[in-house]
Design a protein around this ligand. Sequence first.
Ligand code: 5GP
Length: 119
Amino acid sequence: MTDNDTLFGKIIRREIPATIVYEDDEVLGFRDIAPQAPVHVLFVPKNVHIPTLDDARPEHAALVGKLALAAAEYARREGFEQDGYRVVMNCRGDAGQTVFHIHLHLLAGAQLGRFGTPA
Ligand code: 5GP
């Protein structure tokens, strides 16, 4: 593990509690503490610290892809593959990123509103 002194680093190391719903060798998935949909799970890399999507480099391509595939696998496991779901990655200030360890949000379980308009 490269240095990850973020909240999510602490969750990955089990230093603070989270409801973990998905885990493989490279990715951890846990419930968002302030869910924005009936199902709201965050998928993070366990072994590599990348602060934002802008910091991802070509050598991280497979890992970034694995976050999406982990979300899809979890969504399938929970039965959302037909009704659908949304994945979101916030990058820095205008997107409202608050935790600087790259993460993919999975939102599911309801008809989701439009998004992307200025706050
Ligand atoms: P961001 O806004 O950076 O894209 O997403 C960070 C997410 O982390 C937010 O949706 C926020 O609700 C969630 N979060 C903040 N603190 C905690 C925490 O202590 N535990 C969990 N499980 N999620 C958190």
